[in-house]
Structures are given as C-alpha cells and as structure tokens.
Design a protein around this ligand. Structure first.
Ligand code: DLZ
Ligand code: SF4
Length: 508
C-alpha cells in the first residue's frame, strides 16, 4: 500500500527525513500551494513568490528523479485550501491511508497533522543540527538558558573552528571585535540576484493578482529558487563579503541595504541550503586564510548558535510562547510600520527596504524596528505578526523567539538577560541615519529631540520595579536618578505627548 509523503513549502530539500525514508517505487509525494498557508498571516508577496517558486521547481526535480508527485497549484479548482484538506483529497484519490511527514516548524501545523483522520507519522526535522532531545538534555537543570553556553556545546559537537579541542584563536566569541560603525563605503555589490524564469514569472503573476494589495512588492524578484542557485549565492557571499562581515555586522547605512550580509537565511529556512554546507564553506574560507577569525566565528555563531538555539527555545517553551506578554504591553502597532510617513529616518529607511526587499538585517530588526516597538510598549503579538508578515525568512520557529523573546522581552527573560533598548545614541554610533534626519539625535528634550531619547527613559521609568535590581541596568537607573526632577518630568511628559500623537495616527 502506498503512503503519502508530505513536503511543505519550507521543506524543499532532497535530504528531508520524510523523503529519505520513503520508497520511490510505491509512495506518493504530496505538495500543495494552499490558501490557508498563504493567508494565515498576510505574508510579503516576495515571501509567497519564493515559496511557490521553489515548490514548483522542487516538484519538477522530484518527478525527474522518478517520484510520483501530486502537486496542487493555488488556483486549481479542486484545491482543498489547506494542508490537511489536500492530504485527505489525495488519500481518497490514491487509496492511501498513511502519511509520512517531516515535523513542521510550527505548532499550529504539527497539531493539524496530528488531528487528521489519516494516520500521520511526523519524523524529526534533521536539517537542524540540534534535535529536540539534544536541546532538552542541554537545558535540563539549568537556571538560565543562555545562547552562549548552548553555542559552545554546538561548537564542540560539530568541531567547527576547533583546534585540539580548543576554540580557534583562543576565544569562543569575537563579538567584541564585530561592532565597527558604518564605514564610508561598501566594497560589495550585494547578494547575488537571479532573473525570474518562466516558472517564477508565472508565480509572480499569480501572487500579484491574488496578494498584490498586501504590504510589499513581488517585483523586482531576485531571490534564488533552486538549490543550485542558492549555492552560487553562498559562494558569492563567501568570496566577496564574508571577510568583512564580522567587522560591520552591526553597522547600518542609509544607501546600503545589505552591507556585508549574506541574505541566505531564507535559503536555509526553506531547505535550499543545509546549515552544515553553509558552515563548511565559511570554515574553509577561514582555513584558506581568506577570512579572519572574527568574521568566520561571527557567522558560524549565527548559524549553529543563534539559529539552532531559537528553534530549541520555541519547541522547549511550548505553543503558548508566541503570545506571551511579560511586560503587559498593549499599544497598537502604529501605521508607520506599514509605510505611513514618519520623520524618523532610521525607521523610514528600514520599513522602506523591508517593503521592497522583504529583508532587513539583524540590527535593523533588533535595534530600529524592535527597539522602537519595545520602547513604545507595542503589544508583542502585533510585533510578532508584523515580523512574520514582512520578512522572507520568517517562520514561527525562528520569528517567535526572536521577536517575543529576544526583541520584545515578552517571555520574562527566558532568552535575554536584559531588554534590548537603546536611546538614539546607539543608532547614531552604528549608522549614518541620524546625520540626515528631521530629528536631532543630540537633543534630549524640546522641539526636534530624537524620540528614541525620550522613549528610552519613559521605558526605564515605567518598568522600574521590574528592572532596577538587574545589575546590567543599575548604571542606567543611577544616571536617571542623578537627573533633576523637573528635567525628568519634561522627558516623561514629552514622551507621553509623542506616544499620544503617534497613537492618534499623526505623522511623527
Ligand atoms: C509560508 C508558506 C506559504 C506562504 N505557503 C505555503 C503553501 O502554500 N504550501 C505549503 O506547503 N507551505 C507553505 N508555506 C510554508 C508553511 O507555512 C510552513 O511549512 C509552516 O509555517 C511551518 O513552518
Ligand atoms: Fe532615528 Fe533619532 Fe537618529 Fe532620527 S535622530 S535617525 S529618529 S535615532
């Protein structure tokens, strides 16, 4: 009896566990573009276009390799509209009663597959380096689950950048060397672009007609849509950008969207690249003497450290995690996140490039859009929904911990030991945004004062009870306490006026 082998849109990899265990001669692969996945959040059109394009091309490749693939396009009249619905329809069509899947990256779908009237076995997703069991063993008995210690275990386990059992260069972490401010110019033309072929053009037409009025633009579309293209993008990055990645990984520049970033997180998250092959390429460049240790270590930490740790936390903490609100923040996400006019250049630039490219790098996400939302007290569920919608690499296993935990401190400190908040001076130091902004980053109060400067103290003051005993924040409270009372009042009342105006929909 044949089984149905489910391959989801972010599982387009030949070494997917369900495909490895399947029998090409008798099993049937099911792939489906479905309205439920495309609309449960209003994904950026580029994200939907990427998923549908890679799905169509991966299905064609599987067929070429001899698999029986039942593929449903979004507009097929028979399309049942959801993953369980499509599995049931294909079961009826083929007489299959069993489904073999690789565990999806979201509780919602894991539960939906478990609740189907078909028997569905979900295999571990071993595209990740750490299994759920690995993470549980590491987490057991620990008071805090800090990434750094998990990362060291991963280094030892994989052997990346290890020499005779010790970290290469004598240090586990070179973050301290990776904070150079925005350089005068960038000597990298950005990630490799790929012209849409016939398949991608057809998907772009479909996406524009069905989702064209959602935030973001499908065209120009330039992402890789096959494993071979994604590998070329990786090679291009390693050769032309990786050596400088470390130095400038936290820098931001108005005219430069990508700096020395690889922009391959999406390719890893959808299955086109395996994290091990990415780390192999980065390590090899270091061993060849082409990439300094601070860049290689900084990059590999993002992949085997942060990326795996985020997934570990998502599954360790459970289905309620994405809706946690530890600071009880209730303000609605303001329209500037959807492109409404704002005089804050850092936010305007980050949102604009997000709209066009479905991409912004980690410091823009953490210290501009994330920092601002946290300072303003935006409901973290709305913030998480925004990140899920707008970024091409956003899937819940990574977006929930990154947003709810790391960026919005809404998980009560599971991930971060203190909230990632800063005044305008951090943005000024790391970017060239402030020099051309309608606000003055040097002004702390009064007409034209940078809103981050006001909101920073408003945040510290309103959460004093929660944070004043945190040793990493003591110095900031001491600074606040040294301010004269009338100055404090001015700061707080100007912050209130700003927040009121923003919430009323005025341009701020
Ligand atoms: C993100 C996405 C989108 C937009 N569309 C589909 C789809 O039509 N069919 C599909 O199989 N997968 C899609 N995906 C990816 C799923 O939403 C993803 O597998 C889950 O969110 C779990 O990570
Ligand atoms: Fe952003 Fe303030 Fe700098 Fe303007 S002055 S770009 S609002 S940090």
């Amino acid at each position: 009896m044949s089984r149905l082998i489910l391959v989801l849109g972010d599982q387009c990899s030949e070494r997917l566990s369900a495909l490895r265990e399947a029998d090409k001669t008798s099993d049937i692969v099911v792939m489906a573009e479905v309205a439920e996945e495309a609309t449960y959040v209003q994904h950026h059109p580029k994200k939907i276009a990427l998923i549908f394009s890679i799905m169509r091309k991966f299905a064609a490749k599987l067929r070429q390799d001899g698999w029986d693939v039942r593929y449903s396009e979004l507009d097929d009249t028979e399309n049942a509209g959801s993953i369980p619905g499509e599995l049931l329809r294909r079961a009826e069509e083929t007489g299959a009663t069993d489904v073999l899947a690789t565990e999806p990256g979201e509780w919602r779908l894991i539960e939906a597959l478990s609740d189907m009237p078909l028997k569905c076995r979900q295999l571990p997703d071993d595209r990740f380096i750490a299994s759920h069991e690995d993470f549980e063993i590491w987490a057991k008995g620990r008071k805090t689950l800090r990434m750094e210690y998990f990362y060291r275990e991963q280094r030892k386990k994989t052997g990346y950048l290890m020499e005779d059992g010790e970290p290469a260069g004598g240090k586990w972490n070179y973050d301290h060397d990776n904070r150079k401010p925005a350089p005068g110019e960038i000597d990298f033309g950005g990630p490799m672009h790929f012209s849409p072929d016939e398949t991608v053009e057809a998907v772009l037409d479909l996406v524009e007609s069905r989702f064209g009025n959602w935030f973001g633009e499908a065209r120009p579309f330039w992402f890789a849509t096959t494993q071979e293209e994604a590998r070329r993008a990786l090679t291009h990055f390693v050769k032309h950008a990786l050596p400088w990645f470390g130095d400038y990984q936290d820098a931001m520049m108005g005219g430069e969207r990508f700096l020395y970033h690889s922009v391959i997180s999406a390719y890893m998250n959808v299955g086109l690249l395996d994290p091990r092959e990415v780390c192999d390429a980065v390590e090899q460049s270091w061993r060849d003497g082409d990439t300094p240790i601070n860049a290689a270590e900084g990059y590999i930490r993002q992949v085997i450290g942060w990326r795996e740790y985020m997934r570990g936390i998502y599954f360790h903490e459970g289905p309620d995690y994405p809706r946690r609100n530890g600071l009880n923040h209730q303000r609605a996400l303001p329209p500037l996140y959807w492109g409404a006019e704002t005089h804050m250049r850092c936010l305007a630039q980050t949102v604009e490039q997000t709209r066009e490219d479905a991409y912004a790098h980690h410091i823009q996400r953490l210290m501009v859009t994330g920092n601002f939302a946290l300072l303003c007290g935006i409901d973290p569920a709305e913030v998480e929904d925004w990140y899920m919608r707008v970024y091409v690499d956003a899937f819940e296993w990574v977006t929930a911990p990154n947003t709810v935990g790391m960026s919005q401190f809404a998980d009560g400190g599971v991930i971060a030991s203190k909230p990632y908040v800063s005044s305008g001076s951090y943005i000024d130091r790391m970017s060239d945004y402030c020099s051309d902004c309608a606000y003055s980053v040097k002004k702390k109060t009064g007409e034209g004062a940078c809103p981050f400067n006001l909101l920073y103290w408003h945040f510290m003051d309103r959460h004093r009870e929660k944070f004043e005993k945190n040793p990493r924040m003591a110095q900031m409270y001491a600074t606040w306490d040294r301010m004269k009372d009338d100055r404090k009042e001015t700061v707080l009342s100007e912050a209130e006026v700003f927040l009121d105006r923003m919430s009323k929909g005025e341009t701020v």
